[in-house]
Design a protein around this ligand. Structure first.
Ligand code: ZN
Length: 87
């Protein structure tokens, strides 16, 4: 890396990044800045959680069995790890 970082930050994952290229955390609040990699990870988890919630709402509204689909999404969420997987 030849360009010097203006405000180097250390992410939870150990990555060092410039504050200006960081992202607000989706899970810890936007005042916590994380690296691109972690942001992509959180975004993926967020999308999965939304999908699960949508399925649960649909199941509640229609009474249709969606348990298998929900279980599948939950498994994917588990694989990604991270906090807030229980909701
Ligand atoms: Zn990170």
């Amino acid at each position: 890396m030849c360009e010097e970082m203006k405000m180097p930050c250390v992410c939870d994952c150990g990555n060092v990044f410039d504050l200006h290229s960081g992202f607000g955390s989706l899970e810890y609040g936007s005042n916590v800045v994380i690296c691109l990699q972690c942001y992509a990870n959180q975004k993926a988890r967020e999308d999965l959680r939304e999908n699960i919630q949508d399925l649960q709402i649909e199941m509640d509204n229609t009474g249709k069995g969606r348990k298998r689909e929900i279980a599948k999404l939950r498994k994917e969420l588990d694989k990604l790890g991270g906090p807030l997987n229980d909701f």
